[in-house]
Design a protein around this ligand. Sequence first.
Ligand code: AMP
Length: 545
Amino acid sequence: MKAASSALFLEFSLLCEKLSSTSSNSEKVRLLASYLRNLESEDLGIAVDFLLGRASRVRSSEGRANVAFATVRDALCQVVTFSDDQLLQLYKEHGDLGEVAMELLSSGHAAPLVRGQLTLKRIRDGMDDIASAQGSGSEKRKVMTLTGLLLDSSPLEAKYLIKILTSDMRIGVSEGFIAEAAAEAFSVGKEAVRKAYLLVNDMSKVAVMAKEGRLSDAGFSLFTPIRPMLAEPASSARQIIDDMGRCYVEDKYDGIRLQVHKKGGEVRLYSRAMDDVTRFFPEIVEQISRLNEDFALDGELIYEAGGRLRFFSLQKLLRNEGRREKHPLKFVAFDALYAKGRSLLDLPLVERKRELFALGYDNCAPFKEVSAPEDLERAFKDSIARGNEGIVAKDPESTYQPGARGKRWFKLKKALDTLDVVVIGAQYGNGKRKGLLSDYVFAVRRSRDDPTLVPIGKAYSGLTDEELRDYHDFFMRNKIGEKGNTVWVLPRLVIEVGFQSIQRSARYESGYALRFPRIISVRADKKLDEIDDLQRVEDLFKAQG
Ligand code: AMP
């Protein structure tokens, strides 16, 4: 089953095929467990990463090992002949680049006489090489590396190679399944695996710890960010009170989620996706490092003067330093995760708040205790009057549950809600915007469990020309094909759209259309699996009355 020193990629690909063709959760766990059980530690870590669509651990300058569509196309071109039209047609049929690669290679590709063997380690090395390529000539190097791997791939291996590279696995395997499978494979408790995962926040590390009997080493540690706890959308103040009774209510700030870790003179900042973003906010580092204690805080980065704070990319933020001087930022802390040398995650919110306010930090989010819907409504109105987005209501007895949207925190936003969607195509504008992609076609997920994208609308963007040009380039790098006036792109850019109302409509596959849609912000901090689904569209549609 194994090559000299690493497991075969073909076995991995076959496992993925089996996983995607079963809808039984217990069968998925069984398949995973019997595969993972036989792997050496290093392969185990790689396999878990790949199953979760994590190609490489090397961070590129953008913070992630993203590869442009053009890179994949250029590498495919080296091993098989096809036209642009054929490529677009295939993508439209499958909606999945991995399937496209498999189909293209099935038609016969330029395989070498003696095919090299693809192992997990070899693929990982290739992915690392692609992720670390930078500067001039990097595009060529990426294409060469990928071509090398594709030449040794069977069509099935090519499918999963591309899926891993584009972080688009769609095999219905989440961290939860891996946790269960690791428990089964290595005969350890599910709860122990789950707990370690919440703290270590890295399933491949946890799987290896489970294999090596080291789960009890897991603990919250400074400079290892954890997944932020999330809030469930609520439709009314009454619903929140019915659910929780007494709660703490805070303003919902319109900024960027940030986790701040401090130990001695060192301060590090982490985004919602747990990327290290310290270098982008020197002023926050400076403010925090003045404090005495060591701690980890959860909160929101906002404009000191209020107003919406969202960026297309952090790189762009750096370019706009002048703006920062005129519009200073501040970090509002609403939770404490670690203080006085110990983790606070298992303490109820009441006590975490006490620890937070004891730190002597000037910008802790004010909160109030309420138990009547009218008080919650008043808090909501006050927050809107202060220019914030709404409120977040939290159960004072709840522990901090990393990554969970678990009905212990509720968010209530302005009357007319917005949708988080992903851009799947863009159209050229007119007049001043001729030649510039300026109308975006977007989609939501079919359901929480089904990641298929269903189109729901098109919005003329309210972005500046400079921003439009940035996106234009971004879309061209992720272009799959072009038909008529529309450029179809890989679903990578998450945006928040506002609208006047939702209507039923046969125009889009979703069965709904948005009236007067407009782009409110680009959610560079959100990933594809965090966009809204059709269920939420339906809920909003019904809520309109
Ligand atoms: P949304 O981005 O609409 O999914 O809302 C959730 C986000 O609201 C969180 O991830 C935070 O970034 C943000 N937020 C703003 N104020 C608070 C608060 N007081 N408590 C928790 N989250 C907040």
